[in-house]
Design a protein around this ligand. Structure first.
Ligand code: MTE
Length: 316
């Protein structure tokens, strides 16, 4: 079983911050800056065991201006078209989605294909907390404390072959439980996404199993999803059952549905407007004023080198 249980009530923001501070994570990056931004400093809090980010998974510390989006917002405003295109109905419609037992099959151009249960993933790759911004292509954003591990750990375990160039991700296809997959519409289910292999190996490419210290709820992509924080949110494919190493660039669900609007790379870029709206600014959920969108969602130091020599206006 992944950390926490889906049936437990999810921790409210204030309680979560207090608990994390008491655990000592506040002192070691992680959400420390966010706790400090909220008035308390780690120095004033009782000492506790320190659970810091692992040195084998280097990721940037959250910036002080980032305040965690409240859990209630994160789990009630969702894009998960398999359940509903109405963001505020996804949680209700997905309530009974079966997320256990669950397996993730990893194959294609690898030396050691393998099927992992969710329990295997948690036991082998030991999720840690990382706070990342999520920027949706629609122009809204959140700041989410995920539990997860680097996707590269799975790749190391299966040993990609030399001709593997991309990773293809597939969401479960289960029309009996997912009304959006029954209703027809323009989408070619299952939801498919992809990363270039070097993108997938970047430490920011995360497999998430939880948020706010609890197992992912169905609407957030239970039990395992991708989080690629420098890309528009649609790349962060939910409820993954299959991961294949392939030689050719995979065609994602969005590339098939609207090729003029959604490209393979989908890197957050304020200078490249969506054909129907600007991407220069975004609305952080909970804030009134729009804020400027950051190139690569603020993660340029970590990922810009992946795109050296590429024209990101053409490769959108
Ligand atoms: N994954 C699947 N399988 N189906 C979806 O509809 N929506 C994407 C992405 N992953 C989607 C998906 C989009 S458009 C966004 S913005 C994020 O999930 C939203 O994640 P959240 O609901 O956890 O905020």
């Amino acid at each position: 079983m992944v950390r926490g249980t889906t049936s437990e009530e999810i921790t409210p923001l204030a309680t979560y911050r207090r608990r994390q501070a008491i655990m000592g994570t506040a002192a070691i990056g992680g959400i420390g800056a966010l706790v400090a931004a909220c008035g308390g400093t780690s120095a004033q809090l009782p000492a506790g065991p320190t659970v810091g980010p692992s040195t084998t998974w280097p990721t940037p510390a959250p910036v002080p201006e980032d305040v965690l989006t409240p859990i209630d917002t994160i789990v009630t405003y969702n894009n998960f078209y398999e359940f509903s295109t109405d963001k505020e109905r996804v949680a209700k419609v997905s309530e009974k989605f079966t997320t256990s037992p669950w397996t993730l099959s990893v194959g294609g151009l690898v030396e050691k294909p393998r099927t992992f249960s969710t329990e295997d993933l948690v036991a082998m790759f030991k999720p840690e907390e990382r706070v990342f911004r999520l920027r949706c292509v629609e122009g809204w954003s959140m700041v989410i404390p995920w539990q997860g591990f680097p996707l590269s750990r799975i790749l190391e375990a299966v040993e990609p072959k030399g001709d593997a160039k991309f990773v293809r991700f597939e969401t479960v296809k289960r029309p009996a439980e997912m009304p959006g997959q029954r209703d027809g519409g323009p989408y070619n289910w299952p939801y498919v996404e992809g990363l270039r292999l070097d993108e997938a190996r970047n430490p920011l490419a995360t497999i998430a199993t939880g948020l706010y210290g609890k197992a992912l709820p169905p609407q957030s992509g239970a039990p395992v999803r991708l989080v690629a924080p420098w890309k528009y949110g649609f790349k962060s494919v939910k409820s993954i059952v299959k991961l294949d190493l392939v030689a050719e660039m995979p065609k994602s669900l969005w590339m098939a549905a609207a090729p003029d609007e959604y490209g393979f790379y989908a890197n957050v870029n304020p200078d490249v407007p969506h054909p129907r709206w600007s991407q220069a600014t975004e609305r952080r959920l909970g804030e009134l004023k729009r804020r400027p969108t950051l190139f690569l969602n603020g993660y340029a130091d970590q990922v810009a080198s992946l795109y050296e020599g590429m024209d990101l206006r053409r490769n959108f």
